[in-house]
Write a protein that binds this ligand. Structure first.
Ligand code: SF4
Length: 62
C-alpha cells in the first residue's frame, strides 16, 4: 500500500497525523504529507483509518 496527500486538498486539520503519525507528518508548508509513502504492513490499518477520516479526501491510496 502506498499513500500520498494531495496538497491542494489538505486543510491541515491534523486528523491523519493524530491517527497515524508514523506515516503522516507536517511538511514545511504546514500541510500533511506521507513520510512513509510505502506503508509498512503493520501500519496499513492505521493508514486506512487516516484515509477514511480525512475530511477532504486528500489522502490517496495507490
Ligand atoms: S486528515 Fe486530510 S485534511 Fe487533515 S491534515 Fe490529514 S490530509 Fe490534511
Amino acid at each position: 500500500m502506498k499513500v500520498e496527500v494531495d496538497q491542494d486538498l489538505c486543510i491541515s486539520c491534523g486528523a491523519c497525523v493524530d491517527v497515524c503519525p508514523d506515516v503522516f507528518d507536517w511538511n514545511d508548508d504546514e500541510k500533511a504529507a506521507a513520510v512513509a509513502p510505502e506503508v509498512p504492513g503493520d501500519m496499513e490499518d492505521q493508514a486506512h483509518e487516516a484515509l477514511e477520516g480525512c475530511p477532504t479526501n486528500a489522502i490517496k491510496e495507490h
